[in-house]
Design a protein around this ligand. Structure first.
Ligand code: ADP
Ligand code: MG
Length: 385
């Protein structure tokens, strides 16, 4: 990592003419289980990836914010901190500018910065390159301005940047995973109160591999479908007289379904309540040292996302069916669906065979080749130089 950090620091110096005050890194994430549960105040279990956004940053005290990404053309974006308002910074720069705006809105004095960044988190693959970008900038500014914010507070600032400034109505899971993850662990997060716990998930020590299969497709339905699922879940909570679907325990699911008249809402409720339960069961298995048994829960979760929430697609279904047929322990789509990535839990010595089978199935179906890599549970955001 210090190698990557040194490269970004050198890029900063070449751009701005002086060495940065420091270099920070924040990872992308993949969610093991608990999908579409975060806006129902439910449970999620993400892990941080080895892929990170790395930012070299220097503090400024003259109200100027300069932003540059090695990965995007278009040069340095220069903004006036005092004039930042939602809608003033378009494109990629809205993510880091939104963090400065959200810090200011929360009453923290941030008087400007020079930022140069580079990221190895694939964009638009459902691996949260956006949260990595937000969190790395939030952590850098927290250190440089001595703001004293906790990891969860930084995650909330980053989420506020994305919701309020960029204009994406995301939950807080991505930012929490990027800010709070610990190597060799998954992060059990209660999205109601942001309480979290590190759950041991040392795949290599267990002889297991968790493959991420990026389908490289994004079916445009995504945004509207997300809002529609969200509205359906809120309607379900209202009909059941609970604050959020998180308040319906799995044992009460049959009774709850019997009280719902709308067929669509009933499906959404069944997914959310059962997926919250699958998170709890996954954690119980990991705590009991039985990671292989998690596979069946992943596959069950995929069926629920496909049949009840209906957010999967042909490519994701093909990954799961092929992986399971080739001897994987289990697999599911991860993230918002309609494309993006799937995760596959597999014995490490079967990973190559499963990868080859998925690649062949995609070629036979006439789909573009997927990108496959192992998700090594990695560290959350940190200072690297
Ligand atoms: P995801 O978070 O799933 O990768 P999003 O659409 O939420 O997808 O975020 C992707 C956006 O984040 C990109 O379109 C770009 O604006 C910004 N982004 C991600 N990585 C970089 C980068 N290395 N440099 C500049 N902007 C980036
Ligand atoms: Mg994102």
């Amino acid at each position: 990592m210090s190698g990557v950090g040194a490269g970004v620091a050198a890029g900063f110096e070449a751009l701005y003419g002086a060495a940065p005050d420091g270099v920070w890194a924040a990872p992308g994430r993949v969610n093991l289980i608990g999908e579409y549960t975060d806006f129902n105040e439910g449970f999620v279990l993400p892990l941080a990836l080895p892929h990170t956004a790395v930012a070299a940053v220097s503090r400024r005290d003259d109200g100027v914010l300069r932003l540059h990404s090695r990965d995007i053309g278009g040069g340095v974006v220069q903004l006036d901190v005092a004039a930042l308002e939602p809608g003033t910074g378009g494109g990629w720069a809205a993510y880091p500018a939104g963090v400065v705006w959200a810090l200011r809105e929360a009453g923290h004095a941030v008087t400007g910065a020079d930022v140069h960044l580079a990221s190895t988190v694939p964009t638009g693959a459902g691996l949260s390159s956006s949260a990595a970008l937000e969190v790395v900038v939030a952590l850098a500014l927290n250190d440089l301005f001595g703001l004293g914010l906790s990891r969860s507070e930084l995650a909330v600032v980053a989420q506020r940047a994305e919701n309020g400034f960029v204009g994406v109505p995301c939950g807080v899971m991505d930012q929490m995973a990027s800010a709070c993850a610990v190597e060799g662990h998954a992060l059990f997060l209660d999205t109601r109160d942001l309480a979290y716990r590190q759950v041991p998930f040392d795949l290599a020590a267990e002889g297991l591999s968790l493959l991420v299969v990026d389908t490289r497709v994004s079916h445009a339905l995504g945004d509207g479908a997300y809002a529609e699922r969200r509205a359906g879940c809120e309607a379900g909570a209202r009909a059941l007289g609970v604050r959020a679907l998180r308040d319906v325990p799995a044992v009460q699911l049959p009774d709850a379904l019997g009280r719902l008249t709308d067929e669509t809402v009933r499906r959404y409720v069944r997914h959310v309540v059962s997926d919250n339960d699958r998170v709890a069961r996954t954690i119980a298995l990991l705590d009991a040292g039985r990671p292989r048994a998690v596979g069946a829960l992943l596959t069950e979760g995929h069926a629920s996302l496909r049949d009840d929430l209906r957010v999967s697609c042909a490519e994701l279904d093909l990954v799961v069916a092929t992986a399971v047929a080739t001897g994987a322990l289990g697999a599911r789509m991860t993230g918002g669906g309609f494309g993006g990535s799937a995760v596959v839990l597999v014995e490490a010595d079967r990973a190559g065979a499963v990868t080859a089978a998925v690649e062949k199935a995609f070629a036979d179906a006439g789909f573009a080749a997927p990108a496959v890599f192992p998700a090594v549970p990695s560290a959350g955001a940190r200072r690297v130089i």
